[in-house]
Design a protein around this ligand. Sequence first.
Ligand code: NAP
Length: 293
Amino acid sequence: MKKILLFAKHGQLGHELQRTLAPLGEVIAMDHPEVDFTNPDQICERIHEMKPACLINPAAYTAVDKAESEQELAYMINRDAVDALAKTAAELRIPFIHYSTDYVYDGRKGSPYVETDAANPLNVYGKSKLEGDLAVLDAGGAGLILRTSWVYSMRQGGFVTKVLQWAREQEVMRVVDDQVSGPTSARLLAEVTALILAKAGDDPYSWLGEKAGVYHCAGGGSCSRYEWAKAVLDLDPHKEEQIVRVIERAKSSEFPVPAERPMISVLNNDKLAHTFGLRLPPWDAGLALTIGD
Ligand SMILES: NC(=O)c1ccc[n+]([C@@H]2O[C@H](COP(=O)([O-])OP(=O)(O)OC[C@H]3O[C@@H](n4cnc5c(N)ncnc54)[C@H](OP(=O)(O)O)[C@@H]3O)[C@@H](O)[C@H]2O)c1
């Protein structure tokens, strides 16, 4: 069986990838401290020893606000480690699937972003992720960058589980309605990843090498965080536990945070659909499929 090396197995996406990749080979799933992206040499040594058939990297420094004060760490994990992995993958002819973010854009375009639009990140997280993307492209191997937005799962800590919790604690809930993007189910993103690999056939390096580059891969359509929260509460399988009576629209400026966010960062997924024949369902359909888990 071919070996698939997966990082960040405890992350939102990594957790789902463990399941979706399982039918494709022997998934060797790791997280830190077993692998530490602040020590890329150690990881590259393991890749040399293991020689996996494929490398999947959902690991990232994702604390958007904290990154403003932990720049060095964010760049180490999101740029330097990715650069080392991508170079090692290219050297050993291993296909490399990596994930990026809508936060590489400034949100001022006014319509959905396509992959050829100029990036202009507004915060350290977005800048460090963009540099990681450029490192993957520069490495010149079979590197696929799936750029996604507002990733959620039913594991604790993300937006969806927070909304469900707030609804059980607050009678009046205020949610921003000026940030707009496409909520993306981690499970469906993991399924798209596995479906891409399943299409790659016997020579995945050449097949993916011809298609190397950035692909937008987000929940279809768009909504504001307010609309997203409302949909979460409508789909809540235990509505009887909610005490929330009113959900009010708020502005981002009412909740000052260290990192500036793009306001409208909707991604156009057509390139993925044309190249691989795959498309994530509309965000609300994806939510309905996920929330009952
Ligand atoms: N979440 C979103 O809304 C969102 C939106 C757009 C794009 N993305 C991108 O999608 C991908 C997956 O995101 P996610 O939501 O699954 O993120 P996540 O849940 O925060 O998972 C990130 C993973 O990276 C691991 N990690 C952090 N520092 C590490 C280090 N020094 N060494 C090794 N592993 C380390 C984390 O481990 P610990 O938990 O132990 O720290 C965690 O398992 C990332 O590339 C992210 O940039 C996410």
